[in-house]
Ligand binder design. Structure first.
Ligand SMILES: Cc1ncc(COP(=O)(O)O)c(C=O)c1O
Length: 351
């Protein structure tokens, strides 16, 4: 089997340890799938005797109403990851700028392109600052941003984002902004209102994390470039979003209150976890999402926690990070306490 580079690999964990871990390696809403979304998926089973709608009309309409964006500006895929693959296949940028560190799939989908990296700095707490504008040079075809960024959780200042969009428009580069975790940021500002002003802007979204449905596979992008949307349809099989995933998406689009409530609850848990980890001598990146980037002196922390039933993400394989960096999801108080108790246990054993 090839190497798996992401979090959430509970299958390998269970094969190794014979039990199910407290999984803090994937950043999924701990409060679970809303009941109406569950019911919508159950109801959809009857319609599985048909192929799914290749044009995802129902989810596009529901998303359009929730986001205030016209349905013909929305393309739906089998998770945001599918949309990323298709974007790379259609856009085929020769030269692209990526953040470092950031979500690894951008780099994978752009194999063959010349990649430049805007390295975020530990001494700036991994914030995207105005420094990035110098790296947006006229020879670029595409710029990929992640807001909030995985694995730092840092959001990009809305005024700076606008400057970046203006700069990309001036040099004729696509700007792809991954907003898959933006729902978790209370008051987080989407670039959706700017789609008309910047036709080269593409926004990536998913219901995966907020509605706790990574196993269903639904994500989408939004752009005013309708020729790009047509290209995305042609870039793979027509039935990439299952009947169940489409029903799930329609139900998720109607659950905006659930998202708002979750964001507020997670913000309180994030504050608790940040304080508790800092008190234990770990450096915690001031992120605003449902996960935290940590730095510890111990470079074997992931393995030590795994042996105690806790799975976190070792971030040593992120471009731009070194050994000693880890990411933990922010979940329930109980799960945070399990992590803290395991850290205390490790410390006790080693002193
Ligand atoms: C920043 C970011 N974007 C997109 C994705 C992919 O989302 P999906 O599961 O909807 O394909 C992930 C998954 O971890 C992610 O971290």
């Amino acid at each position: 089997m090839p190497e798996y580079v992401h979090g959430g690999d509970v299958y390998s964990y269970t094969a190794r340890f014979g039990s199910v871990p407290v999984d803090l390696s994937a950043n999924i809403n701990p409060y679970g799938i809303p009941e109406r979304v569950r019911q919508a998926m159950r109801d959809a089973i009857e319609a599985c005797t048909q192929y799914p709608d290749p044009f995802c009309r129902a989810p596009r309409q529901a998303i359009a109403e929730a986001e205030g964006v016209a349905p013909d500006r929305i393309y739906c895929g089998s998770g945001a990851a599918d949309v990323l693959d298709r974007l790379a296949a259609v856009l085929r940028p020769k030269t692209a700028l990526l953040l470092a560190p950031t979500f690894a799939e951008y780099e994978r989908t752009l194999a063959g392109a010349e990649l430049r990296f805007h390295t975020l700095r530990a001494d700036e707490d991994f914030a995207v600052t105005e420094r990035i504008l110098q790296d947006i040079t006229p020879d670029l075809d595409a710029v990929y941003l992640c807001n909030p960024n995985n694995p730092t959780g840092r959001t990009i200042d809305p005024a700076l984002l606008r400057d970046i969009a203006v700069r990309c428009a001036q040099i004729g580069a696509r700007l792809i902004v991954d907003e898959c975790f933006l729902d978790f940021v209370p008051g987080g500002e989407t670039l959706a209102p700017y789609l008309d002003e910047f036709p080269s802007l593409v926004l990536l979204r998913a219901y995966t994390k907020m509605y706790a449905v990574p196993g269903v596979r639904f994500g989408w992008c939004m752009t005013a470039d309708t020729a790009l949307i047509e290209g995305l349809y042609r870039a793979g099989q027509p039935w990439n979003v299952s009947v169940v995933a489409q029903a799930c998406a329609v139900a998720c689009a109607g659950e905006r209150d659930y998202a708002r409530q979750t964001a507020a609850r997670i913000a309180a848990e994030r504050a608790y976890l940040t304080e508790s980890l800092t008190a234990r001598g770990l450096w915690v990146c001031p992120g605003e999402a449902n996960f935290l980037l940590l730095r510890a002196r111990d470079t074997d922390l992931q393995d030590k926690l795994a042996r105690r039933g806790i799975l976190i993400r070792d971030c040593a394989n992120y471009r731009g990070l070194a050994r000693g960096y880890y990411r933990t999801a922010v979940k329930t108080r109980e799960e945070s306490k399990s992590l803290l108790a395991a850290l205390d246990d490790i410390r006790k054993e080693e002193t």
